[in-house]
Design a protein. Structure first.
Length: 107
């Protein structure tokens, strides 16, 4: 029984999902930032950050497509509206990309 419990514990700790980077963690660590396009962009270029950006942006794309179809808009229009709101809602200390393309840390 002890051995089984040990194996389960080791399996959980070694599982990629147990160590996965969350979007909130990435924002707080300055790895990613919100953009006016409605998608996050990497600030750090490591593989963990890039994988997170890909996963989050795929999910956003699907949501934007659904909303666009429901509201008779293009996906790009929905993404731009969401991007403006996400940039405005970013918390102090998080990065956003301005219209000039430069990263700014929100105060």
């Amino acid at each position: 029984m002890k051995k089984l419990l040990w194996l389960v514990l080791v399996g959980v700790l070694l599982s990629p999902s147990a160590w996965a980077l969350s979007l909130d963690d990435a924002r707080q660590q300055g790895r990613v930032g919100e953009t006016l396009s409605g998608y996050i962009a990497p600030i750090k270029q490591d593989s963990t950050t890039l994988a997170l950006v890909e996963r989050i942006n795929q999910g956003r794309e699907q949501q934007y497509q659904q909303l666009a179809q429901q509201n008779g808009m293009s996906t790009a229009q929905v993404a731009r509206i969401a991007g403006e709101k996400l940039v405005q809602r970013a918390e102090a200390g998080e990065y956003v990309r301005g219209i000039n393309g430069l990263w700014m840390k929100k105060k």
